[in-house]
Ligand binder design. Structure first.
Ligand SMILES: NC(=O)C1=CN([C@@H]2O[C@H](COP(=O)(O)OP(=O)(O)OC[C@H]3O[C@@H](n4cnc5c(N)ncnc54)[C@H](OP(=O)(O)O)[C@@H]3O)[C@@H](O)[C@H]2O)C=CC1
Ligand SMILES: Nc1c(N[C@@H]2O[C@H](COP(=O)(O)O)[C@@H](O)[C@H]2O)[nH]c(=O)[nH]c1=O
Ligand SMILES: [Zn+2]
Length: 370
């Protein structure tokens, strides 16, 4: 490694994050082209996953790229997808050194990109900023390795762990600053998902508002028989952002046709007991290409996801209000018997936003509590 390598890779990671939430089914990659300490080109994956970061950065660098180093946040692609391989573009541009954190998990690329570069006489260095890059690519890697998107569950709770009053009133538990932050979180996810109970109670919009985004996240609703208002906010705004309805095999044909006519996408999922099978649903979302899903409740859907061990990240936004035992608990039943079976999370960050406390937790997969 060279003295400035970490700085340039951190910049490439920063650029890559610009694509987060809008490059699916592809990863959000960043690239910086540097020669003799001068940055010649910068690029990141564009909405829809193309063009790739490397070709964007090379285009900006132009002929100056000959003899330069390329910092890329993921192994450059070696396959002919809808665009020619980035390895070929790097070779043709005369790049002499490629620095990347690690190889791609995509079997079409894994190791082949680096091999191709080395065969062309390019120096390849890996191992830089591995933790940061793993975090950024976690959604893409989850889809490639497990077939389903990475799921972040966010809940806005009272100080006593309730998400609504007994009558279902929940607007608002957290303050305006935290809710504005939620729109930032929506924007870096491919999709926002809620249960049917939330749609029936809140009539939510689930769009990103307050700033421009290259594309709105998909809005997903889970409902066995699509017993949802067809004159509510979701149906009314189908021209602004897609709506995907995940329903059971027994949803009435007339209801399916009505939603289809409105422009919603229908995803039929097998049943598990009386509900939509949540693991099958996540696999179906992975098959559609989603890499990062942001679930905003409610408590019943949240419990299903946790019980099926599908929650990788948990965001708790706590407002300074108490609701009491008659309020709705943050989660429905998990069916746990012993504490040793309970999903555990490790605290990643805690901070104050406005008058609220925002905690981010990550699923702990190794049991460390004896
Ligand atoms: N403070 C907060 O952060 C939030 C608060 N809320 C509040 O929570 C309440 C709604 O929560 P809740 O009633 O728990 O509803 P949910 O939003 O969790 O939706 C549950 C419904 O989803 C459908 N469903 C289908 N398959 C599944 C499955 N596998 N697992 C779970 N649900 C499935 C069912 O409806 P169907 O019969 O149609 O299949 C079920 O009744 C409202 O009062 C709302 O205001 C909601 C979101 C966030
Ligand atoms: N009550 C509550 C939240 N509720 C979530 O936000 C949804 C409404 O989104 P929208 O219609 O787009 O504004 C609602 O249906 C539920 O999923 N979120 C929060 O950050 N804080 C809160 O106090
Ligand atoms: Zn590429």
């Amino acid at each position: 490694m060279r003295p400035d390598d970490a700085r340039h890779m951190l910049r490439a990671l920063e650029l890559g994050r610009r694509g987060m939430g809008n490059t699916w089914p592809n990863p959000a990659v960043g690239c910086v082209i540097v020669k003799e300490g001068t940055v010649l080109g910068e690029g990141w994956t564009k909405p829809g996953g193309r063009p790739h970061a490397e070709t964007e950065a090379l285009a900006e660098a132009g002929v100056q790229a000959r003899g330069a180093t390329a910092y890329v946040t993921l192994e450059p692609c070696a396959h002919h997808g809808l665009t020619p391989p980035c390895t070929d573009a790097l070779i043709a541009a005369g790049i002499v050194r490629v620095v990347a954190p690690f190889s791609d998990m995509d079997p079409r690329v894994s190791g082949r990109g680096f091999d191709r570069l080395r065969t062309a006489g390019i120096e390849v260095e890996t191992g830089l900023c591995v933790d940061e890059a793993e975090d950024d690519h976690a959604g893409f890697f989850c889809r490639v390795a497990n077939g389903c998107p990475l799921l972040t569950l966010k809940l806005a709770t009272s100080l006593d762990g309730r998400i609504a009053t007994a009558s279902g009133d929940s607007q608002w538990i957290t303050g305006p600053e935290t809710r504005a932050y939620v729109h930032r979180l929506r924007a870096i996810h491919d999709a926002v998902m809620v249960g049917a109970g939330t749609v029936r109670a809140d009539d939510p919009l689930l769009t990103v508002r307050g700033f421009d985004v290259p594309r709105q996240p998909v809005r997903i609703v889970v409902s066995r028989r699509l017993d949802l208002p067809r004159d509510g906010n979701l149906a009314r705004t189908l021209d602004q952002a897609p709506v995907w309805l995940c329903h059971g095999e027994d949803a009435p044909e007339e209801t399916l046709q009505a939603w289809q006519a409105l422009g919603a996408k229908l995803i039929c999922v097998p049943l598990h007991g009386r509900q939509v099978d949540i693991a099958a649903l996540m696999q179906a979302l992975g098959a559609e290409g989603l890499t990062r899903v942001f679930c905003e409740g409610g408590g019943e859907l949240a419990a299903s996801l946790l019980a099926a061990d599908l929650v990788e990240r948990l965001d708790l936004h706590m407002g300074g209000v108490v609701i009491g035992a008659e309020g709705r608990p943050a989660l429905g039943a998990l069916g746990l018997d012993r504490l040793s079976e309970a999903p555990r999370f490790a605290l990643k960050s805690v901070r104050q936003i406005g008058d609220d406390v925002v905690q981010s937790w990550a699923r702990q997969r190794r049991q460390s509590h004896a």
